[in-house]
Each structure stands twice: as C-alpha cells, then as structure tokens.
Write a protein that binds this ligand. Structure first.
Ligand SMILES: NC(=O)c1ccc[n+]([C@@H]2O[C@H](COP(=O)([O-])OP(=O)(O)OC[C@H]3O[C@@H](n4cnc5c(N)ncnc54)[C@H](O)[C@@H]3O)[C@@H](O)[C@H]2O)c1
Length: 401
C-alpha cells in the first residue's frame, strides 16, 4: 500500500517513520528545505531518528516531495498540517484548505483520507470532505476518517505505538480501513461513534490541561499572597489517593497545542450559542502569568528593572525540547524589556531564536528560569546571577512562585 502524508512536521514525520516499516510512504510538504533535508536522510524532528529515515529511504519505502503528482496513485492520505490561530485568535483552517487542494487536484482514484490535524468537531464532515470534492477535477468518492494525533514530542514513556488511538470514519468502511492502517503500528485502537466525538475528545483533552494549568497558576498567586508554599501545598493535596491530579505552576503555558486547541473548542461552542467563559478565562490567566512573574521579580529588585541585566534561562516551551512555539518566555522577555531591563537568554537546546543566540549562563544581575532542561544544572543556574527567580520549582535555593 502506498501512503501519502501531507505535512512532514512533528506529527506527519512521526507517522511516516512508523508507517515506513509497513508501507511505501510519500511525505508531502510544501517546504522545499525540509523536503531536501528529509531526502538526504536527516530528520528535523525530535523523536524521529535520522537512521530510521535512512533505512526507509534505502528500502525504497520513503520519499519526501513538494510535487503533487507524486501522490496521484496513493491508496491512503493522512493530513498532518498546522491548525493555528489567526491574528484575532480564531481557528485558522487555511493549511487544511491547502492540503485539501493538493489532495483534490492530484489524487485521481478513490482513497481513504484520514485527518490527524487538530480541529473543531465537524471539520472532517463539513469542511475537509466538501473542500476535497470542490478541488477535485472529476468526481471521486473518497472515504473519510479522523484519528486525532495525541503524541507528546520528547516523551519517552508514551509514543505512537502505545498511546491509545481514537478514530471514527464518516462511513463504516472508512472506520474499518482506518483501523486496518493504524493497527499495523499502534497497540490500542478505540473507535468512537462519530468523527465529531473524536474531534471533540482531542480538544477536550487539551482543554482539561489548559484549565487545570490556569487553576494552579492562579493558586500559585493565592498561595504567595497567603505566605505559604505552593509546592508544599500541592504535594500535600496530592497525598489524596483519589479525586486529585497534580499540575504545577509556571510562567504560563507554551507549546503548540495547549494555548491553541481550547480556543478551537471555545470558537465552535460560541458559534453554537454555548458559553465558553471558563476556557476563555483560563487562557487569560495563563497569558497573564508572565506579567505576574515579572511583577514579582521587579518587586524583589528595589521595584525597578531599568538598566538591569536579566538572563532568561530556558526559552523552549518545555524541558528537553528545542520547540519554542507559543513559549511563555516570549511574553516574559517582552515584559522585562518594556520595563527597561537589558535581556538576554540562555538555552543551548534551542541555540538560536528570533535571530539571537543563546547567551552564556553567567554574569547577569538577575536570572529568571522559565524552562529547566535536564542538561542545565541547578548549581550553574544559581551561580549565573546574585538574584535567581525560578518559575519551574526545580531550582532549590532560588526565589520562586
Ligand atoms: N506537535 C504536537 O505535539 C501535536 C500533537 C498532537 C496534534 N498536533 C496537531 O497536528 C497538526 C500538525 O502539527 P505539527 O506539530 O506536526 O506541525 P508542524 O508545524 O511541526 O508541521 C507541519 C508541517 O506541515 C507543512 N505544511 C504546511 N502547510 C502545508 C501544505 N499545504 N501542504 C503540505 N505541507 C504543509 C509545514 O511545512 C510543516 O513541515 C496540528 O493540527 C497540530 O495541532 C500536534
């Protein structure tokens, strides 16, 4: 079977690497540089080993391409393109639309189209299917299914194989074939009654994290105002063997999914006249956390940051990855600079970001730890400045939330 995977980023390349063991995979991406790199056997995604890619290339089971004609004779297409927010924070389906155009214009015979991109309930039925049909030059009866991606990049214990996979087709034949595809490389497959349930489940999973992170971020502020340790309090609450799940406070919430996906749920809720006030407020609390952190740092430093050299330690959105998408460091740095601080950042995992390079971990007046990679020691962080504010709870002896 020949499989086209549209989008060769975190999700698409990960699927390609797993599927390459069983199928001939065409990795379609509109980024020429990424395609060139992939065809040279170099992976740009953490968790996808270049050696695996090289093995599939050598066996003739993987090829990256920017050319639509390479996917015209495939049997199955997976969509794995970005679903970000527009400037006014609304769902942006332009990438999905472009993927549908590629499929519609190039795939001539009936195939199974599976969407893995995260989007609101109804996207497969009301958006993807009509868009592909619109772009098809002659009428083709494709099958359609959704199987939302749940992968957590950089995670060691759960991966594509052992994370249970939800799926649903628009028809029972689509469901059956979707199961057949994923069962080759996923241990557990769970069919739900409609694509809308699968789409909503993915959004709700990430919304659950978003609101709980907001709750603990708010609680960190309450605990500080009461003069008690937020960490000790959370550890104490976590001794309850049921009904509690521990989340930890931070400078906000970063990453590709948690700051974005809940807004997809809120948007579709509001479109249907249902309130999403809780989701909207959680988003605000998380975004405001960076200001709270900078307020605390300023208060501890004679009430001014003017002219002080501040080193932000860790700019990736989470430990041990180089991903800076939606990172809360962005807002922390913005608040610090707006208050006259001279800001540099240290993150050798990220290396370069916004045209700036990672600065040495030393010599600052103030250090603010936003993300602590395992490779950076507590001792080095504490030695980098006379005042260290830690938002991660991992640097003992520093000031913190
Ligand atoms: N990264 C994650 O951890 C994760 C987890 C679960 C779900 N998701 C969802 O999966 C989807 C993809 O996310 P990602 O993290 O893989 O994104 P990504 O930015 O890492 O990769 C997307 C890739 O798609 C390519 N692309 C963009 N438009 C294209 C087009 N029209 N045709 C072909 N290629 C195109 C880009 O060049 C890029 O290589 C999103 O909906 C996201 O929300 C991501």
């Amino acid at each position: 079977m020949k499989v086209a995977i549209i989008g060769q980023g975190y999700v698409g390349l990960t699927i390609s690497a797993f599927a390459g063991e069983f199928f001939e995979v065409i990795g379609f991406d509109n980024n020429q540089k990424i395609v060139y790199q992939l065809n040279s056997g170099i992976s740009h995604i953490e968790g996808v080993e270049s050696s695996v890619l090289q093995r599939w290339i050598k066996a003739g089971r993987y090829k990256a391409t920017t050319s639509g004609s390479d996917i015209e004779d495939v049997d199955l297409v997976v969509i794995a393109v970005p679903t970000p927010l527009t400037k006014d924070r609304q769902p942006d389906l332009t990438y999905i639309d472009a993927a549908c155009k590629t499929i519609g214009e190039n795939v001539k015979k009936p195939v199974l189209v599976i969407n893995e991109s995260t989007s609101f309930p109804g996207t497969l039925r009301n958006y993807i299917k009509p868009a592909i049909e619109k772009y098809s030059k002659s009428p083709v009866e494709h099958l359609y299914a959704i199987s939302p991606e749940r992968v957590d990049p950089g995670r060691g214990d759960y991966n594509q194989k052992n994370t249970p996979r939800l799926y649903a087709g628009l028809t029972s034949e689509a469901s059956e074939r979707t199961r057949g595809f994923y069962s080759r490389f996923c241990d557990e497959l769970l069919e739900v009654s409609s694509p809308e349930v699968a789409e909503a489940a993915k959004l709700f999973e990430n919304t659950f994290r978003q609101v709980n992170i907001a709750l603990v971020n708010e609680f960190a502020q309450i605990a500080h105002s009461l003069g008690i340790s937020v960490y000790e309090t959370l550890d104490a609450a976590n001794t309850k063997p049921y009904g509690f799940m521990k989340f930890t406070p931070s400078a906000g919430v970063g990453g590709h999914c948690i700051p974005v996906d809940p807004t997809y749920l809120a948007a579709v809720a509001e479109e249907h006249g249902a309130p999403a006030t809780f989701i909207r407020r959680a988003n605000e609390v998380n975004l405001e956390m960076s200001k709270y952190v900078v307020d605390r740092v300023q208060a501890d430093n004679e009430g001014t940051l003017q002219g002080k050299s501040v080193l932000v330690v860790g700019v990736a959105y989470k430990p041990n990855v180089a991903d800076v998408r939606e990172t809360s460091s962005e807002l922390v740095i913005e608040h610090l600079r707006n208050r006259g601080a001279v800001v540099s950042w240290h993150d050798d995992v990220v290396g370069t970001w916004h045209g700036e390079s990672s600065a040495p971990l030393s010599g600052a007046d103030i250090a603010v730890v936003v993300t602590k990679h395992d490779a950076v020691s507590e001792r080095d962080i504490l030695a980098s400045a006379p005042y260290v504010f830690d938002t991660t709870g991992k640097v003992k002896g520093a000031k913190g939330l």
